[in-house]
Design a protein around this ligand. Structure first.
Ligand code: SF4
Length: 331
């Protein structure tokens, strides 16, 4: 930390150009959109091209207001449930995945639907189905109420999946002695916290089956690793993301874990409390998997108005993954 920043520099009013204190912005790489979010947005855009507006979307396609509003401007209409959309318009299901009852309802209403569930979430759906078919009770490590968790639990009849949010929950799990068990995880958890819950499961149920490969997706893992590297060099951290975005919240947790108490989740540059950047020499900056790069640029520009900014990037992985579009939308 440095004390070189004046009150006005870190306050609301941009300081005189000559008086601007120096600030290094350390960008986490990778950050922002993942392949699943890219695909989900493209699915809505392609559906609008193919079917014309309006196209209905069940829930936020991804957890980001900016993305949702941009798609609304193009003709997408966001609804809570399938029944809120008219039967004669197509409906898209969000990247987080949906319970089986959702496409069932669309079919019953004779609606055209397109599933934008991320293929890495669909992989977890197939995994829990396979364990269920083999007679196992499934323990899902995840956050209650998150749409991905509701979608995964909704792949099987009620009671087939038990939810564990933290290691302590493992001790109170009620399972019949000797019942075959398997576990799966939400794709956007903190790698470290998920590992703690999985270790607790393996301790209590040594025979529990698990995925061959980690369920936490590559994008979550990579963003957390880059945030860790950035946080180690930063006085403060900003993460762009929505309050209901699991992977974005986990990036803030990782920064705090690395000792950066001044780590905040923001949705837009306008939310920055400049007084929190008083005395900050290096600001770590990242974005959750559903936050577009334009919002990162917006933060950098807002900083430039108050500081003499140098931008550096800390790249810990290079991502090349792309997912195919559903066949129905490929022209
Ligand atoms: Fe898919 Fe991971 Fe992106 Fe979620 S965060 S949409 S699981 S790639």
């Amino acid at each position: 930390m440095t004390d070189a920043v004046s009150d006005s520099a870190a306050g609301d009013a941009p300081p005189d150009r000559r008086a601007r204190p120096q600030l290094t912005i350390l960008l986490a790489g990778p950050r922002g959109f993942c392949a699943g979010v890219d695909r989900a947005i493209l699915i809505v855009e392609k559906a609008l091209e193919k079917f014309g507006a309006p196209v209905y979307v069940r829930h936020e396609i991804v957890h980001n207001r900016f993305v949702v509003e941009s798609l609304e401007a193009k003709g997408a209409v966001f609804v809570k449930e399938v029944e809120d959309a008219p039967v004669d318009r197509p409906i898209v299901f969000s990247a987080h995945g949906v319970p089986k009852s959702v496409p069932d309802e669309a079919r019953q209403r004779n609606m055209i639907y397109v599933d934008a569930t991320c293929p890495l979430v669909s992989k977890v759906h197939r995994e829990v189905e396979r364990h269920h078919a083999q007679g196992r009770t499934i323990v899902l490590v995840g956050h209650a109420g998150h749409p991905e968790v509701e979608g995964t639990m909704g792949q099987l009849p009620p009671g087939s999946i038990l939810l564990v949010e933290k290691p302590a929950d493992v001790e109170t799990l009620e399972v019949a002695p000797g019942a075959p068990l398997a576990y799966a995880t939400q794709t956007t958890l903190s790698v470290d916290e998920a590992e703690a819950s999985i270790s607790a499961l393996k301790r209590r149920f040594p025979d529990i089956a698990g995925p061959k490969q980690e369920d936490i997706c590559y994008a979550t893992t990579n963003r957390q690793a880059s945030m860790r590297a950035v946080a180690r060099r930063s006085d403060a951290v900003l993460v762009l993301g929505a309050p209901n975005s699991s992977n974005s919240n986990r990036l803030v947790d990782v920064a705090k874990d690395e000792g950066v108490d001044n780590a905040l989740l923001i949705q837009r540059a306008a939310e920055i409390d400049w007084s929190r950047l008083r005395g900050v020499a290096t600001l770590g900056l990242s974005a959750g998997a559903s936050a577009p790069e334009v919002l990162v640029d917006e933060v950098i520009e807002a900083c430039r108005a108050r500081f003499d900014v140098t931008v550096e990037e800390e790249v810990t992985a290079v991502e090349t993954i792309e997912f195919k579009l559903p066949r129905a939308l490929v022209v």
